[in-house]
Design a protein around this ligand. Structure first.
Ligand code: ADP
Ligand code: MG
Length: 679
């Protein structure tokens, strides 16, 4: 049975717009809109027996009603219950209709929390109803998350109707549920929407409640099924197999001043295998900052070029894309392969030229930002897309890329390792290669946490570092509230450091600079004609200057773990012992303390990502924050690992043995979310 639309439920357009704000687009969405908390209208409590701080329903006759004007305008209603106890009800906002409802002599019910007030025990802004004709509810009353203009009774009515109209028969076989020890889905949903009065809040909000376990399991199962199907679909798809002929790759290997690490060799092999398949590669190349992913990307590109395909390399920022452009030019041009450049800031004329040569196929390699995947960029023979720092692209951009080249081989690279839980869930349709070894002769980075009050010591250390012939990054604080303020801070810091280090060249790099100016600054820094580079967090991603061995980060307490790890990875790329100074300003929040501690204790990106996931949850990691749609609503991957493992195994089994169940389950759970789950 198809899922009823909101119109089927009799919800008018006006209300549908309100519901859309709650991400409720059909009857099933309404059913999954679960209560924030519950009110108990199943009984009436004697005023004398009500505990302070507890939410209760009382009933009484209004003894007196009065509007007071001091200390501010308020309505004060005094009631007395059948046992003679009295209570004040206080309203700071009220309507004439409420005054009427609570006129002297009326019998009313009030639901709220009892507090000690100035005049005696009182309820502030209780929920009021006339006692006349009111019946006691036999279930707890759900209170749902809502938006302005949509009252609880209205929303409750919609959800109630949805619960009645949707076919809630179980999608999963009884035997399976029995084996997993999970309850029936209809019973689980009804319990959470209309719990019996015997249950309390703590029980209802405990994630281990069987009803919750069932919803989480269903959600995870839907996700696992869709991931596995996506994987299967891809493996049945068609792509041009790219068979290398060894014309280019050996030349690059010969020219490199280093030998590949064993890990690099292994992943180059894995990618090479994939490229020769008749279905598109979707491989994620994971390797900590500095593990040498770029050269692996270049070798993959050469493989594709040997097979006659075009290659596009995309990076999330112009600075990083520009660096790749330089590297690729340096590596490929000696072999007579031209490398093109396309970014948002590229002039129209140059852009048009690049586009023409991509569509007629003269240009075989292009490096750039997401400008590469605008609709009007057409490739004659795109065979391989390489996406660097993949996690920096939002869900939307990844979808755009997907639509561009369904049949194109894709290599995604990320320095932010994907924790196991995420690898098993959102990234389950990707193949993963891991570079688990850093190039030799790197010295580990030492991290120091220093209070910003000790700036003079830090400056002395900067001077010491420069005297040793090394260079320094000085990262200005992130100011989330205002980009202008952030820019100002960077400019001020630059002036201040120029004065303090007048004998050295001090440069500045920030997000508002023209791409060409940024590139020029980077060039000067790279050539060691500049000793200190003051930068905003634009250098977070992928910048590579091996001679820089000190990084100072101001207000490190404001930054996230992934960001700090990326920043820190800018040093420790050469052979000199490197240091990262995290400057912080007190007082520190608990979150900031936890993050700085992690940075101090760990250098391994995998461990940091794991800690990060525990602190922040997966949504942000996936770049889905901006989409506003929670990817998993009920499940917390860290807590529900066991359920995730079960869902994975059950999904595998169902796909092999019970196509019908797969279909009904997906149909119910993915009605409006398919696009996101499939990313
Ligand atoms: P990331 O994985 O962070 O993108 P890069 O590709 O930028 O790392 O490489 C970091 C640095 O290590 C670069 O200067 C690169 O030339 C160097 N490098 C890469 N592979 C090796 C290797 N096998 N031996 C020595 N240096 C290497
Ligand atoms: Mg990189």
């Amino acid at each position: 049975m198809p899922i009823p639309t909101l119109t089927d439920l009799g919800v008018t357009d006006k209300w549908q717009q309100k519901l859309a704000k709650l991400h409720i687009h059909n009857a099933w969405d309404a059913i999954l809109h679960l209560p924030l908390r519950y009110e108990d209208e199943t009984k009436i409590t004697a005023i004398a027996h009500a505990k302070i701080g507890e939410s209760v329903q009382v009933e009484g006759i209004v003894l007196q009603q009065e509007v007071q004007f001091r200390p501010r305008k308020q309505l004060l209603v005094h009631i007395q219950d059948g046992m003679g106890a009295t209570l004040f009800l206080r309203f700071l906002n009220f309507y004439p209709s409420q005054q009427q409802q609570m006129a002297k002599g009326q019998r009313i019910r009030a639901l709220g929390e009892i507090k000690h007030g100035f005049y005696g025990d009182e309820m502030i802004h209780p929920k009021i109803r006339a006692a006349e004709g009111a019946v006691l509810s036999d279930t707890l009353t759900p209170v749902y998350p809502t938006v302005s203009g949509l009252t609880q009774p209205t929303l409750r009515r919609f959800i109630q109707t949805a619960l009645e109209k949707v076919d809630l028969s179980d999608t999963l076989p009884k035997a399976l549920l029995h084996r997993l020890n999970l309850p029936d889905v209809a019973a689980s949903l009804r319990l959470l929407h209309q719990p019996p009065s015997s249950m309390n809040s703590a029980q209802l909000h405990n994630g281990h409640l069987p009803a919750w376990q069932r919803l989480k399991f269903d959600e995870l199962l839907a996700q696992q099924l869709s991931m596995k199907l996506a994987y299967q679909q891809r493996c049945q798809g068609s792509a041009t197999p790219l068979i290398g002929n060894g014309r280019y790759a050996p030349i690059l290997l010969e020219a490199l001043p280093f030998a590949l690490t064993a890990a690099q060799q292994r992943v180059v092999q894995e990618i090479g295998q994939d490229l020769q398949q008749t279905y598109p590669m979707h491989r994620l190349l994971q390797g900590d900052v500095g593990s040498g992913k770029t050269v692996v990307a270049a070798l993959a590109a050469l493989h594709a070029l040997e097979a006659g395909a075009q290659v596009a390399i995309m990076a999330p920022t112009e600075i990083l894309a520009e660096q790749h452009f330089q590297k690729f030019k340096q590596w490929l041009e000696p072999m007579g392969i031209e490398v093109g450049w396309l970014a948002g800031s590229t002039r129209k004329k140059a852009k048009d030229q690049i586009k023409t040569s991509l569509v007629d196929g003269c240009l075989r390699v292009v490096v750039g930002t997401h400008a590469l995947f605008q609709d009007d960029v057409v490739f004659a023979q795109l065979g391989l897309v390489i996406v660097d720092e993949q996690h920096r692209f939002g869900v939307g951009q990844r979808l755009a890329l997907k639509s561009k080249g369904q049949d194109v081989h894709q290599l995604m690279m990320s320095a932010t390792p994907i924790p196991r839980t995420l690898a098993m869930s959102f990234f389950a349709d990707l193949d993963v290669s891991i570079i688990d070894e850093l190039p030799p002769n790197r010295t580990p980075i030492k991290t120091k946490l220093i209070n910003s009050g000790r700036r003079a010591e830090i400056e002395a250390f900067v001077r010491h570092t420069i005297k040793q012939g090394h260079q320094v990054y000085w990262v200005c604080p992130l100011i989330e509230e205002s980009e202008t303020l952030q820019l100002q801070t960077a400019v001020d810091t630059h002036v201040q450091l120029q004065a303090a280090f007048s004998e050295y060249a001090v440069g500045l790099l920030h997000g508002r600079m023209k791409a060409a100016d940024k590139a020029a600054q980077m060039e000067v820094f790279k050539a060691n004609e500049m000793q200190i580079l003051v930068a905003t967090t634009v250098i977070e991603v992928g910048v590579d200057v091996p001679n820089a061995s000190l990084m100072v980060i101001e207000h490190a307490e404001r930054m996230g773990l992934a960001q700090l790890h990326q920043l820190r990875g800018r040093v420790g790329r050469g052979q000199a012992a490197s240091v990262c100074v995290l400057m912080f300003t007190e007082p520190l929040s608990d979150l900031a303390k936890a993050r700085l501690k992690v940075m101090y204790e760990y250098t391994d990106g995998f461990e940091i990502a794991r800690q990060d996931l525990a602190i922040r949850g997966p949504g942000e990691f996936l770049g889905a924050k901006q989409s506003g749609v929670p990817l998993l609503r009920f499940t917390n991957l860290e807590d529900d690992l066991e359920l995730l493992e079960q869902a994975r195994d059950v999904a595998q089994y169902l796909i092999m043995h019970d196509q019908k169940v797969v279909e009904t389950h997906l149909n119910r759970w993915l009605a409006s979310r398919e696009a996101f789950l499939g990313v």
